[in-house]
Design a protein around this ligand. Structure first.
Ligand SMILES: Nc1nc2c(c(=O)[nH]1)N[C@H]1C(S)=C(S)[C@@H](COP(=O)(O)OP(=O)(O)OC[C@H]3O[C@@H](n4cnc5c(=O)[nH]c(N)nc54)[C@H](O)[C@@H]3O)O[C@H]1N2
Ligand SMILES: Nc1nc2c(c(=O)[nH]1)N[C@H]1C(S)=C(S)[C@@H](COP(=O)(O)OP(=O)(O)OC[C@H]3O[C@@H](n4cnc5c(=O)[nH]c(N)nc54)[C@H](O)[C@@H]3O)O[C@H]1N2
Ligand code: SF4
Ligand SMILES: [Mo]
Length: 688
C-alpha cells in the first residue's frame, strides 16, 4: 500500500452512508486517507457530495477503532487471538445448535456492509446450522416496501432510477424528507423544480423538503391510507383514472373502487379539508407522467405494507407505471439495504428473492452449494429475534448493527440481550450493543476492503480497498470465510470479494450477468441482469408486471389507527427521523469533526402553542416519557410540527428516541411502529 514519491493516490469507490450510492475517490497519502473527492463521472452525483459523503473518510483512522478480537472474561473484555475467538464462537454455536436445534440461533445482518459480506453470512448460517433465522435491518426500514410492492407489482424494488424525476411532470413525495436524508437524490428534485415540474410533499412536518414543494400537505401522522384513499376517490369521481391501463394491465379494480367510496371526506381523520384533497387529486391525475417517491413516513408504521400497497394503487389507477417519469419509488435507506435483501439476508428467501419454501429452488441451491437439508420454513425476523432472546434463541450473531440504540424500545432490547447464553458482535467500533457481547470481532471499514453496494435504484456499485485496516482488524468477509473453515464447511474457499460475488452469481439467475468487469464504468449496471450480454434493467414493469400473472394488483385497503394513540395520560404523538448531518447511531458521523460540531446534541421539536401552554422555553431541558421509558433532551420550539406532535432525531444514544418507541408490528412485514408513539412532556424545573 505504499504511495510512491509522496504522490496522492485516488481510489474510486462508493459512499458508505445512504442508498443514493454516490461515487467518490478516496484520497490516500502514505497509506492513510487524507480526504475524498466526488466522482465527476458518476451519473448519480455528477461531482457533488453531501456533508456526510464529503467527510466519510474521517472515522476510518479514528483511535477508537476496534483493532483486536475481544473476549469477555469475568465481565471484562480481554484481548484475544483470532484463533481463540473463532474457536469459542464455533464451539458455542455448534453446541447450542446441537443441544437446542436451529431455532436457538439468531443471525442479524447489516445493510452497511458490502453484498459479498451479506451473502457469505447468510450462506454460512444456512449451510452450517440449517436455520432461516437470518434477517437484516431492512426489516425496520423498507421491509414493508419489499412486502407491499411484491404484492402490488410482483417485485419489491424501486421501479425507476433517481434521475428519472426529470422526466416526470408531477413528483408526489410522501413521508420522505429527501433533502436531508438523500441529499443527492434531493438535488434531482431541485433540478426538477427548476425545470418547472410540480412537487407535492405530504408530510405532517414542515421539512426542508416541504420547503421545496409547490404543494405541501400537512396531515395527521399515521393517516396515510385515509389520505391516499380519498385522493383515489376523487380521481375516480372526476373520471381522471386511466381506464385502458386498468383494463389491460391490472386486476382488482372493483375491490379498490368499492373501498374508496367511503373516503370522500377524511378531514376528521387526516385534518385535510376535502377541497384540498380534490386539488391534489387533480394535480397528480392531470399529469402526463407522475412519479411517487416515498420513504419511512410510509413504511415505519404498523400499517406499513398497506401504506405501500395504497401507493401502488394510486400509481396504477392513473397508469403511472412502466414508463420514464413514473413509478413508485421507495428511497432505500442504507448504502446497501437493497443489496442485503438481494443477497438473501432474509428469513424466507435465498439471493435474488428465490423462495426457501419452494422445493425446486431449495433442491437447486442444495446442489449448487453442495449441501443437503437447507431449511424451508420462514425464519424469525430481526426484532422478533430480540423478543425471542433466552427462549428459544440462546446464541446470536450481530453483524454491523447497533440494536440498543436503533431498535424500538431500548430497555426491551437491553433486557433481551442479557438473556442470551452467547452473543457475538462484529463492528468497527465499541458500540452500546457490543458491550453486551461475549465476543467482539473487529471488522474492516468500507475503505479497507473490496466489494459492492447496491443502491436504491438497483445499481450495483463497486467498493474498493484504499488503505489497510487498523491493527488486526479484518475484512468482514474474511472473518466469515475463516469461521466457515473452523466449522469444517465445504464451499467457502474464497480468496477475494470477487470470488464470493461469482459464487452468488452462480446461484442467482437475476444477477448472473452482473460481473465485476461490468462495474468498472461509473454507471455500472442495474439488476435484473440475467446474462453478460443483458444491458441491465433501470426501469421495471415496462410491458408487464413482474407478478406471476403479469398484472398489477389493486387492493381495497381500509384506514387503521396506529397501535398506540395519544390519550389523556400520554397526550403527544412522537415522530422520529433524521438530520442532515448525522447517520443513525453516530458511530461514524459522531467521529467526523464538522458533522459533530454542526449538531453535537439531540433535541425534540415541539409546537409553539404546546410549549407556551407547558411554559417550556426554546433550548430548555424537558423530559419525555412513554409507556416504555423516558429521556431528557432539549426542547426546540417551532411551528414546523403541529400542536400535539413532537419530532425527535434517532441519532443520539445519550437521549435515545428508541427509549420511547413501540415494538408493535405491521402484521404483514413485521415492521415495528418506529414513527409513532404516545408520550407525555414535562418541564424539568431547576435545570437550564
Ligand atoms: N442524514 C441522514 N441520511 C440518511 C440516514 C441518516 O441516518 N441520516 N439514514 C438512511 C436510512 S437507513 C433511511 S431508511 C433513510 C430515511 O429517510 P426518510 O424516510 O426520508 O427520513 P426520516 O426523517 O426518517 O422520515 C421521513 C419523514 O417522515 C415523516 N413522517 C413521520 N410520520 C409520518 C406519517 O405518518 N406520514 C407521513 N407522510 N410522513 C411521516 C417525518 O416527518 C419525516 O420528515 O435515510 C437515509 N439517509
Ligand atoms: N426511532 C427510530 N428508530 C430507527 C429509525 C427511525 O427512523 N426511528 N430508522 C431505522 C432504520 S431505517 C434503520 S436502517 C436502522 C439503522 O440501524 P443500525 O444499522 O443499527 O444503525 P447504524 O448506526 O448504521 O449501525 C451500523 C453499525 O455498523 C458498524 N459498521 C459500519 N460499517 C461497518 C463495516 O464495514 N464492518 C463492520 N463490522 N461494522 C460496520 C457501525 O459502526 C455501526 O455500529 O435504524 C432504525 N431505527
Ligand atoms: S447523498 Fe448519500 S450517498 Fe451521496 S454523499 Fe450523501 S450520504 Fe453519501
Ligand atoms: Mo433505513
Amino acid at each position: 500500500m505504499a504511495d510512491t514519491n509522496g504522490k496522492l493516490r485516488y481510489v474510486p469507490t462508493t459512499c458508505p452512508y445512504c442508498g443514493v450510492g454516490c461515487g467518490l475517490n478516496l484520497v490516500v497519502n502514505e497509506g492513510k486517507l487524507v480526504g475524498v473527492e466526488p466522482l465527476k463521472r458518476s451519473p448519480i452525483n455528477e461531482g457533488k457530495l453531501c456533508p456526510k459523503g464529503a467527510t466519510c473518510w474521517e472515522f476510518v483512522h479514528s483511535p477508537d477503532r476496534l483493532t483486536k478480537p475481544l473476549i469477555k472474561k469475568n465481565g471484562e473484555f480481554v484481548e484475544a487471538s483470532w484463533d481463540e475467538a473463532y474457536d469459542l464462537i464455533a464451539s458455542k454455536f455448534k453446541e447450542t445448535s446441537e443441544k437446542y436445534g436451529p431455532k436457538s440461533l439468531g443471525f442479524q445482518v447489516s445493510c452497511r456492509t458490502p453484498n459479498e459480506e451479506c451473502y457469505i453470512m447468510q450462506k454460512l448460517a444456512r449451510v452450517a446450522f440449517k436455520t432461516n433465522n437470518i434477517d437484516n435491518c431492512a426489516r425496520i426500514c423498507h421491509g414493508p416496501s419489499v412486502a407491499g410492492l411484491s404484492l402490488s407489482f410482483g417485485s419489491g424494488a424501486a421501479t425507476n432510477p433517481f434521475e428519472d424525476v426529470l422526466n416526470a411532470d408531477v413528483i408526489f413525495m410522501i413521508g420522505a424528507n429527501t433533502i436531508e436524508a438523500h441529499p443527492l437524490a434531493g438535488r434531482r428534485l431541485v433540478q426538477a423544480k427548476k425545470a418547472g415540474k410540480k412537487i407535492i410533499v405530504c408530510d405532517p412536518r414542515y421539512t426542508p423538503t416541504a420547503r421545496l414543494a409547490d404543494e405541501w400537505v400537512r396531515y395527521n401522522p399515521s393517516t396515510n391510507i385515509a389520505l391516499i384513499n380519498s385522493i383515489m376517490y376523487w380521481i375516480i369521481q372526476e373520471n381522471l383514472h386511466d381506464k385502458e391501463f386498468i383494463e389491460k394491465r391490472t386486476t382488482g379494480f372493483e375491490d379498490l373502487k368499492k373501498t374508496v367510496e367511503n373516503y370522500a371526506d377524511v378531514e376528521s381523520i387526516t385534518g385535510v379539508p376535502t377541497e384540498r384533497v380534490k386539488e391534489i387529486a387533480r394535480i397528480y391525475a392531470g399529469a402526463k407522467n407522475a412519479v411517487i417517491i416515498y420513504c419511512l413516513g410510509i413504511t415505519e408504521l404498523s400499517t406499513g405494507t398497506d401504506n405501500v400497497r395504497s401507493l401502488g394503487n394510486l400509481s396504477m389507477l392513473t397508469g403511472n407505471v412502466g414508463r420514464p417519469g413514473t413509478g413508485v419509488n421507495p428511497l432505500r435507506g442504507q448504502n446497501n439495504v437493497q443489496g442485503a435483501c438481494d443477497m438473501g439476508a432474509y428469513p424466507n428467501v435465498f439471493s435474488g428473492y428465490q423462495k426457501c419454501e419452494d422445493d425446486t429452488i431449495r433442491k437447486r441451491m442444495e446442489e449448487l452449494w453442495g449441501v443437503t437439508g437447507l431449511a424451508s420454513e420462514y425464519g424469525v425476523t430481526l426484532t422478533e429475534q430480540i423478543t425471542q432472546c433466552g427462549d428459544p434463541i440462546k446464541a446470536m450473531y450481530i453483524f454491523a448493527l447497533n440494536p440498543v440504540v436503533s431498535y424500538p424500545d431500548s430497555n426491551h432490547v437491553m433486557r433481551s440481550l442479557e438473556k442470551l447464553d452467547f452473543l457475538v458482535v462484529q463492528d468497527i467500533f465499541m458500540t452500546e450493543t457490543a458491550k453486551y457481547a461475549d465476543v467482539i470481532l473487529p471488522g474492516a471499514s468500507f475503505a479497507e476492503k473490496d466489494g459492492t453496494f447496491t443502491s436504491g435504484e438497483r445499481r450495483i456499485n463497486r467498493v474498493r480497498k484504499a488503505v489497510e485496516p487498523p491493527g488486526e482488524a479484518k475484512a468482514d468477509w474474511e472473518i466469515f470465510v475463516d469461521l466457515a473453515h473452523k466449522l469444517g464447511l465445504q464451499g467457502f474457499d474464497f480468496n477475494s470479494a470477487e470470488d464470493i460475488w461469482d459464487d452468488m452469481r452462480r446461484v442467482t439467475p437475476s444477477m448472473a450477468g452482473a460481473s465485476y468487469a461490468r462495474m468498472e464504468k461509473p454507471e455500472s449496471v442495474h439488476w435484473p441482469c440475467p446474462t453478460e450480454e443483458h444491458p441491465g434493467t433501470p426501469i421495471l414493469h415496462r410491458e408487464k408486471f413482474s407478478s406471476a400473472d403479469g398484472l398489477g394488483h389493486f387492493f381495497g385497503i381500509e384506514h387503521r389507527p396506529p397501535a398506540e394513540v395519544a390519550d389523556a395520560e400520554y397526550p403527544f404523538t412522537l415522530m422520529t427521523g433524521r438530520l442532515l448531518f448525522h447517520y443513525h447511531t453516530r458511530t461514524q458521523t459522531g467521529r467526523a469533526e464538522l458533522l459533530h460540531h454542526e449538531v453535537p446534541n439531540g433535541y425534540v421539536q415541539i409546537n409553539n402553542e404546546d410549549a407556551a401552554r407547558l411554559k417550556i422555553q426554546n433550548g430548555e431541558m424537558i423530559k419525555l416519557t412513554s409507556r416504555r421509558g423516558e429521556v431528557e433532551t432539549t426542547a426546540r420550539v417551532t411551528d414546523e410540527v403541529a400542536p400535539g406532535v413532537l419530532m425527535m432525531a434517532m441519532h443520539f444514544a445519550d437521549a435515545a428516541a428508541n427509549m420511547l418507541t413501540n415494538t408493535a408490528l405491521d402484521p404483514l412485514s413485521k415492521m415495528p411502529e418506529l414513527k409513532h408513539s404516545a408520550v407525555k412532556v414535562e418541564k424539568i424545573t431547576g435545570v437550564q
